[in-house]
Design a protein. Sequence first.
Length: 281
Amino acid sequence: MDSSLKNKVILVIIDGLKYQTAIEQCGFLEALVESKQARRMKMIAVLPTLSAPIYETLHTGLEPLEHGITSNDNLRESKFENIFTIAKASGLVTAATAHSFFSTLYNEDPYIPIRDQEVNDPDKAIQHGRFYSENGYTAFNIALPSDHDLMNQASMLVTRYEPHYLMIHSCSCDSIGHKFGGNSLEYSKQAWQVNDQLAQHIPFWIEKGYRILITSDHGFTDSGNHGGSSEIERWTPYYDIGHPIPGIASEDVSQLSVAPSILSILGLSIPKKMNAPLIDK
Ligand SMILES: [Zn+2]
């Protein structure tokens, strides 16, 4: 397979980044929208607005009630066709740098760090995986891997393996949001920081021929929580760098549309179960 072809996708999931904070703090992403290089949409999260259920929704196109991962505490290997398994089965190269939940969902359950933390295995759904956990830090779990290291690791994966599908997952906004709240200065500064790290890598990814999608799994309440159905928890940003119609979209989109849209960009067939409309259309 010639991996220099276009139709390669990077999906960045900024855990816990709410819509309004993205607009206010992510000036580099907004510059791409303003200069007509990207499209920004408001994406409506499925319920419950929790991470593991939504990671699976973003990759299977199914509601949590349908795919069955309804809590962060009933995590298990995915039972459905998803972006990673479909891409791998079609001979494409997959990669991720992400929380260990993604290793459990798509590579192997349970997550055993000395086996799973770093993988280069063509038989895995995530063939080139680099995973981190929230364990071993302070009582508040806010000392997660820095976004500087995370984005460098992502660009390392791009340079070494030229994956057709690369998923990057940053957990820092979620951790800071839980500690300080969704309207805190600390939370805003962390969103600024993620945007600033992306600003240093996105030009390289564009140069390498990637379509780059940036979103979050859920928003955040002012009191530092998520899981419910309020707008502040359900409204998430969706930036599409390379979308044929740049600018700010007037219509909202559903998280159910992400998986089929990515498969469409990758040139892969879409399973019948993924029946939400494509974001392109
Ligand atoms: Zn959280």
